[in-house]
Design a protein around this ligand. Structure first.
Ligand code: PLP
Length: 466
């Protein structure tokens, strides 16, 4: 099929990710050519406020010179080396040491003492699955192999991490999910609570259901539970009160490892350095990526407790080499940029800034509840979600055929605002450097988009039945 616009022809050589390939072939997409602060610019010179920080990730915006300079400095000294066969380089050593010193450690948690560097969140989560299997073989529990994720959880796009993710659209046509991956309930309180059920009671029900799942499957076969502190790709879903307080004892009771996926939440997004701190999480493994380098270089990390590492060393003593590695993992330029990003977070007190502007962001989103299309709106730190509903009070969704979320997303783009619709939930994760004034601009543009879509489609929406 031939693309029918100049823009589609420009972009046609690249297979675009998470894109309707058929529609794209007809109409093309948006080519971004530059960025400044929290804004990006397309090839026509149109400027957009990037309310998603790219892929929930460009925490320091799109024009941080200190990161570009760190990359250039490292390229001049040692542009590439690897960490295979007992070789290494200083940027990886410095970064691992720094990550360990920053690692989350809430009271009662085991310390995270070892780091494996990777190139993406998917890669680090995939590696974590491999290591969890390796670990259980090493400690003589080879039946512990099943991994539990959650419905609407997102952990990546590899064969294993897509299987672990609870998003059926990622299975369709790909022969996924693979066996050994299970999915616990989605803790989306607004949508799924029973009439009169409190957040705490809902959280307890989620934990009871998890325990039932574990018992049904046989606890001796369950290796690990993966969770994002706030579910991102599932729709910016903030956990209800006491959710993790109810879940964690169940994991402990059945000796199930807990991996906290901090790929979005890590480095300040929720108003603390880690989502673990915001929700009092005590993980055995942590993955992070995205904001680790403010997304200026592809880099991710898997952090482990000493207990897991000791078992790996014992297993390696028996089996020989730890036979895992990626050419670009721990790339020195990416490590140098990540180190500089961590310096900037410290020097500029980025987490304190998030805490300062978060109440403005939260209040602005909550104020949208008066809009006839909005059923739910809330945020933690600078991580927000707005749910579009035909009737918010009655919790009646728009009929999927109306594609309301997509219409709102498209209207936002037209107005110069980039947001992400996940069915009818709109996610906001702006760069962490956003100011209070810019938050006003962002939410103002969003309200304008809602008004425009409502004006154009209210009859259709009100006439439709869900
Ligand atoms: C929570 C979470 N985990 C893992 C990933 C995968 O990361 P990547 O796209 O870098 O592979 C993502 C990506 O959005 C994510 O949101």
């Amino acid at each position: 099929m031939q693309p029918n616009s100049a823009r589609a022809r420009d972009m046609a050589y690249v297979v675009h990710q998470h894109t309707d390939l058929h529609a794209f072939a007809q109409s093309g997409g948006t080519l971004i050519v530059g960025g400044d602060g929290i804004y990006v610019t397309d090839e026509d010179g149109k400027r957009y406020l990037e309310a998603m920080a790219g892929m929930w990730s460009a925490s320091l915006g799109f024009s941080e010179r200190r990161l570009a300079e760190a990359a250039y400095r490292q390229m001049q000294v040692l542009p590439y080396y690897h960490t295979f066969y007992a070789k290494g380089h200083m940027p990886s050593v410095d970064l691992a040491e720094r990550l360990i010193s920053l690692a989350p450690c809430v009271p009662g948690a085991e310390k995270l003492t070892k780091v494996l560097l990777g190139c993406s969140g998917s890669e680090s989560n995939d590696l974590a699955i491999k290591l969890i299997w390796y670990y259980h073989n090493a400690i003589g529990k080879p039946r512990k192999k099943k991994i539990i994720g959650r419905q609407r959880g997102y952990h990546g796009a590899t064969v294993a991490t897509a299987s672990l993710s609870g998003l059926p659209t990622m299975y369709n046509g790909f022969d996924l999910p693979m066996p050994l991956f299970l999915h616990a309930d989605n803790p989306h309180y607004y949508r799924l609570h029973a009439p009169g059920e409190s957040e705490e009671a809902f959280s307890q029900r989620m934990a009871d259901n998890l325990e039932q799942l574990i018992l049904r499957e046989d606890p001796d076969t369950i290796a690990a539970f993966f969770a994002e502190p706030v579910q991102g790709g599932g729709g910016a879903i903030i956990p209800p009160a006491r959710y993790f307080d109810c879940i964690q004892p169940v994991l402990k009771k059945y000796e199930i490892l807990f991996l906290v996926d901090e790929v979005i939440c890590g480095f300040g997004r929720t108003g603390n350095m880690w989502g673990c701190e915001t929700y009092n999480l005590r993980p055995d493994l942590v993955t992070c990526g995205k904001a680790l380098s403010a997304s200026y270089q592809p880099i991710s990390a898997l952090l482990l407790t000493q207990k897991i590492h000791d078992a790996m060393v014992a297993q390696s003593a028996e089996k020989g080499s730890f036979a895992h590695g990626f050419t670009f993992a721990a790339h020195p330029v990416a490590c140098a940029v990540a180190l500089e990003a961590l310096n900037i977070y410290e020097q500029d007190q980025t987490v304190a800034h998030v805490r300062q502007v978060a109440p403005v962001f939260q209040a602005a989103l909550r104020a949208l509840l008066d809009h006839p299309m909005v059923g739910d709106a809330g945020a933690v730190g600078l991580f927000g979600g707005v749910e579009l509903m035909q009737s918010g009070a009655l919790r009646v969704a728009f009929p999927p055929a109306l594609k309301i979320g997509q219409r709102v997303q498209d209207e936002c783009l037209r107005l110069g605002l980039i947001v992400r619709c996940i069915v009818d939930r709109i996610a906001f994760t702006p760069p962490l450097i956003i100011t209070a004034t810019q938050i006003g601009e962002m939410v103002g543009l969003f309200r304008q988009a809602l008004d425009n879509v409502w004006a154009a489609s209210a009859h259709e929406c009100l006439g439709a039945t869900a």
